[in-house]
Design a protein around this ligand. Structure first.
Ligand code: PLP
Length: 404
């Protein structure tokens, strides 16, 4: 699915909490919260009720021009009140990739408005994933860029762990040409790589010094996955923009957005003659916003922020027991409710074992994981139990044994 189906589909029919059922009634543990997003777990009647109420009150209406709706205003105010961004303003979209487009265009437009139209270059990190729209594809991994012809050329990548490399790249391109630096708090789809504890504080200072906007892509890391609202609080930084999606509704309905500092918004917001011309039909969709508000109510009421820190710790302890497996090169976990188990080069190259085979073996044993070329990824719902985590670990061990 998604592009062109390869063959027989695995049809998911029902879900509740951290469990899924297929069309035959067989049960699986959702070890990935679908695609990193179902933070509060599946089947929450409270979100369904909020959606029903909203559709029967005001199903949808544009937020074009000066139009607005109650749920969009309430959600924007609520997100702004928690965002570690100076004088925050919220732009709502329909997902992550669309928000990356918005942030990229806003960064470029901001510098143009300030009289520096040459500042268009965007820097991202190796292994970074920023969705598959135009700017996101251009900033992304080689395997997602291939075959599309020329993309946005004013982009480049730097090693994910080096502040020095970022500085060298800004100098190489020329700070007068660089608009922004994009980074995920913890690299997700690229293989779960957490930064050194002081990395982001140093990056923020460097970007400020060179006049480069610092944009955090928290599409995966926000709304509890890192134990906080926006995935950067533990690093103590205040970026120029934060991009969010996924966990804002736990995926019950599609929604994303950009939180930008007032400094970046003001050249447009306060000057009607100088607009930021950008938007999409369903931005600020009231029913999606109602789902988000109900989802945030659950996160707060059940304090899934604190719970998630405990899940993070247990996931780390549990998965590290796999370090001794002969097929395992490295277990990356312990920062956020996300983890990667990387296979050895010998297993992948010499023995030709694929992560997809491991994924299939695990799913046949009742656990859904995610396979990327070298690793198996995990990002369960934040309501996952210790028992379910241990079940995921022991199933992955059996799957590894089966392909060995
Ligand atoms: N940014 C990050 C960090 C992501 O992980 C993703 C999706 O996985 C995106 C952006 C793109 O989001 P979407 O798939 O909603 O376009």
């Amino acid at each position: 699915m998604n592009t062109v189906s390869k063959g027989p589909e695995f049809v998911v029919s029902r879900a509740e909490g951290a469990w899924l059922w297929d069309e035959n009634g067989d049960r699986y543990l959702d070890g990935t919260a679908s695609l990193w997003y179902c933070n509060v777990g599946h089947g929450r009647a409270e979100i369904a009720d909020a959606v029903h109420k909203q559709i029967t009150t005001l199903d949808a209406y544009t937020v074009y021009g000066d139009f607005a709706n109650g749920p969009a205003l309430e959600l924007s105010a609520r997100l702004a009140s928690h965002a570690p961004v100076a004088d925050p303003r919220v732009i709502l979209t329909c997902g992550g990739g669309e928000s990356i487009e918005t942030a990229s265009k806003l960064a470029r437009r901001y510098w143009a408005a300030l009289g520096s139209p040459a500042k268009t270059h965007l820097i991202s990190r190796t292994g970074g994933y920023h969705g598959l729209h135009g700017f996101g594809t251009s900033m992304g991994m080689d395997r997602f860029r291939a075959g599309f012809g020329p993309l946005i050329e004013q982009t480049s990548v730097v090693p994910h762990d080096s502040v020095e490399a970022l500085e060298q790249e800004i100098q190489r391109v020329g700070p007068e040409n660089v608009a922004a630096f994009f980074a995920e708090p913890v690299i997700g789809a690229g293989g779960v790589y957490a930064p050194e504890p002081d990395y982001f504080a140093r990056v923020a200072e460097l970007c400020r010094g060179y006049g480069v906007l610092f944009i955090v892509d928290s599409v995966i890391c926000a709304f509890g996955r890192m134990g906080d609202w926006f995935g950067v609080e533990r690093f103590g930084v205040s970026p120029d923009m934060i991009v969010f999606a996924k966990g804002v509704t736990s995926g019950y309905l599609p929604l994303g957005g950009v939180i930008t500092s007032g400094e970046i918004a003001d050249p447009f917001w306060n000057h009607p003659g100088n607009p930021f011309i950008h938007g999409t039909t369903y931005a600020g969709h009231p029913t999606c916003c109602a789902a988000a508000l109900a989802n945030l109510d659950i996160l707060e009421r059940e304090d899934l922020f604190t719970a998630s820190l405990e899940v993070e710790a247990h996931l780390d302890v549990s998965l590290r027991t796999l370090s001794d497996h002969p097929l395992v090169r490295e277990v990356r976990s312990g920062v956020g409710v996300m983890a990667a188990v990387e296979l050895t080069e010998k297993a992948l190259m010499e023995h030709g074992i694929t992560t997809d085979e491991v994924f299939q073996e695990a799913r046949a044993r009742g656990v859904v994981l995610r396979a990327i070329p070298t690793s198996l990824l995990m990002s369960p719902p934040l309501i996952v139990s210790w028992q379910q985590i241990d079940h995921m670990t022991s199933t992955l061990r059996s799957a590894l044994d089966a392909v060995a």
